[in-house]
Ligand binder design. Structure first.
Ligand code: HEC
Ligand SMILES: [Cu+2]
Length: 355
């Protein structure tokens, strides 16, 4: 009786979990709602494995039920001794072959896709002028933020990756400190970012699926890297190829930091140059700085990757980053007054290239 109750509870828990997980299918985040060719192929592979498992469960369950019914004591009597099949060659061959066949069905597409997705030869090819035709992004993972460099366009962004849709986007993945992992669940991945080597792969962002996701996909660090690992989020802004070209042109146009507009922002600019510029660039060429590039700060959808993007949260962040992301590398590196923080927020919110 007690056991029964336990089973009922377990069943209830599992059903609840299933319903909750079914609710996780957000188009901007869920690996179960693939939003590009790579994610789709990975998803198909997963479903193939699931179908094979379901087939095995169904066949075994049916055989089990048949055996229970056919050989129940009430039918065959007390003294029934089943036939001894120990060492039966035919049976042994059958139940060795079946799993081999099933695993082969699973292995062939798995190996084929692994090689297909690892094919990044195109990103190393250059034309006679030394120009590369592919869309390439160099990703550097840092405790707890992301830098995205576009080597062909010669621009840099941080925390928000901007990509054209329906294009093969090749990634070179690297880490500046410890092992992280680059993952955009709805679009594919994940792949480790290491300190000692560069990993490469590509992703494709489907334009229709991107619309379902309001043109922002969620990205994550998928390798436990420290106290703020769970907060090491980034966003992916998708746009059409033409819009992407326009965005690149606007970024390339920012040769010098755009001047501050209001009086308060001008004060912010002054403080920024003194206390912040050592780590943060406000032109799109500052790569490998100690902190995120802030050229497009006003266009962001988040503050430090996690908070809603507004002035209040930005001030909170500058005042006490430790309270928001424990262990981050900005904490305690400067001293600014509350009025300076207000001015800094005004200045940073003006850093924009999009309208
Ligand atoms: C020692 C280097 C350093 C200094 C000095 C510094 N920061 Fe930072 N800053 C960082 C790092 C590192 C991060 C990334 C933190 C994280 O997300 O883990 C960061 C993040 C930020 C972010 C969030 C960026 C984003 O893309 O969302 C803002 C805004 C910011 N800093 C503003 C400032 C301001 C304003 C100052 C000056 C008062 C300042 N920082 C001084 C290193 C620094
Ligand atoms: Cu990480």
């Amino acid at each position: 009786m007690k056991n029964n109750l336990k089973n009922v509870k377990l069943f209830g828990l599992m059903s609840l979990l299933m319903m909750m997980l079914a609710g996780c299918g957000k188009p901007y985040l869920s690996a179960l709602r693939p939003a590009g060719e790579v994610a789709q192929e990975q998803f198909n592979l997963m479903m193939l494995a699931v179908y094979i498992m379901i087939l095995v469960i169904v066949v075994v369950t049916v055989i089990f039920i048949l055996a229970v019914i056919k050989f129940r004591r009430g039918k065959v009597g007390e003294n029934f001794v089943p036939k001894d099949v120990h060492g039966n060659h035919k049976l042994e061959i059958v139940w060795t072959l079946i799993p081999i066949i099933l695993l082969t069905i699973l292995a062939i597409p798995t190996v084929a896709l692994t090689f297909k997705l690892a094919d990044t030869k195109a990103m190393d090819k250059v034309d006679s002028k030394g120009q590369n035709k592919e869309m390439i992004v160099n990703v550097t993972a840092n405790l707890y933020w992301w830098e995205f460099e576009y080597p062909n366009q010669k621009i840099v962004t941080s925390q928000e990756l901007v990509v054209p849709t329906d294009t093969k986007v090749y990634f070179r993945l690297h880490s500046a400190d410890v092992k992280h992992s680059f993952w955009i669940p709805a679009v594919g991945g994940k792949m480790d970012t290491n300190v000692e080597n560069i990993n490469k792969f590509y992703l494709i962002f489907d334009s229709k699926k991107a619309q379902d996701a309001n043109n922002v996909f969620y990205g994550k660090c998928a390798e436990l890297c420290g106290p703020s690992h769970a907060l090491m989020d980034f966003k992916v802004k998708t746009m059409s190829k033409d819009d992407f070209k326009t965005w690149v042109a606007k970024m390339q146009d920012v040769k010098k930091a755009k001047p501050a507009l209001t009086a308060e922002a001008k004060q912010g600019e002054k403080v920024f140059k003194q206390s912040c510029q050592g780590c943060h660039a406000v032109t799109p060429t500052g790569k490998g700085a100690k902190g995120p590039n802030l050229t497009t700060y006003g266009d962001r959808t988040r503050v430090a990757g996690v908070l809603d993007h507004n002035e209040e949260n930005l001030k909170k962040w500058i005042k006490d980053p430790e309270a928001i992301k424990p262990g981050n590398k900005m904490t305690g590196q400067y001293k600014v007054s509350d009025s300076d923080i207000d001015a800094l927020a005004k200045y940073l919110m003006e850093r924009k290239v999009e309208e």
